[in-house]
Design a protein around this ligand. Structure first.
Ligand SMILES: [Zn+2]
Length: 156
């Protein structure tokens, strides 16, 4: 079902759930990026200022591969390409207040060929952009939504 989900958190829950092609717009906790050579490395152990970059051997210079507030999220061109091409857009568990992700549903609606569903504890700031809304705990609502979508053949 997960066809190139855009993940705004920095964990690997989508991958652990079996998703492939996850777009990590805010980076990944299990990776570091070198500020000198730009290389990214999987990293699950301690990393200090004395830790040298495995690619260029510079130290200090490794930082979490995470997008901090004020930095440009990763893969924005790819994300907008996917938003314009998708036929189903589901937003799960977001306030709809933090851009650029909060603007994704508006972009999907502007292009106009995807069904949009909000699943959130309460109506988000962008609720008016969604064609369908389900409010409550995502853990309670998502299994039924997935079953419905699979039953309709909307997703495979
Ligand atoms: Zn480096």
């Amino acid at each position: 079902m997960n066809k190139n989900p855009i993940h705004i958190n920095v964990n690997n829950l989508h991958e652990r759930g079996g998703a492939e092609g996850v777009i990590h717009m805010h980076g990944e906790l299990g990776r570091v990026r070198c500020v000198h050579c730009g290389m990214r490395h999987d990293w699950t152990t301690d990393c200090t200022q004395a830790t040298a970059c495995p690619s260029c051997n510079a130290a200090p210079g490794l930082r979490p591969d995470i997008v901090w507030f004020g930095e440009m999220p990763y893969h924005m061109d790819l994300i907008y390409t996917r938003l314009r091409a998708c036929d189903l857009f589901i937003s799960v568990g977001t306030s709809g207040n933090v851009y650029p992700a909060a603007g994704f549903v508006a972009e999907v609606r502007r292009v106009g060929h995807a069904h949009t569903i909000e699943v959130n504890l309460e109506p988000s700031a962008g609720v008016s952009y969604f064609e369908e809304c389900r409010h409550g705990k995502a853990g309670d609502l998502m299994p039924a939504l997935v079953d419905e979508l699979l039953g309709k053949g909307t997703v495979t």
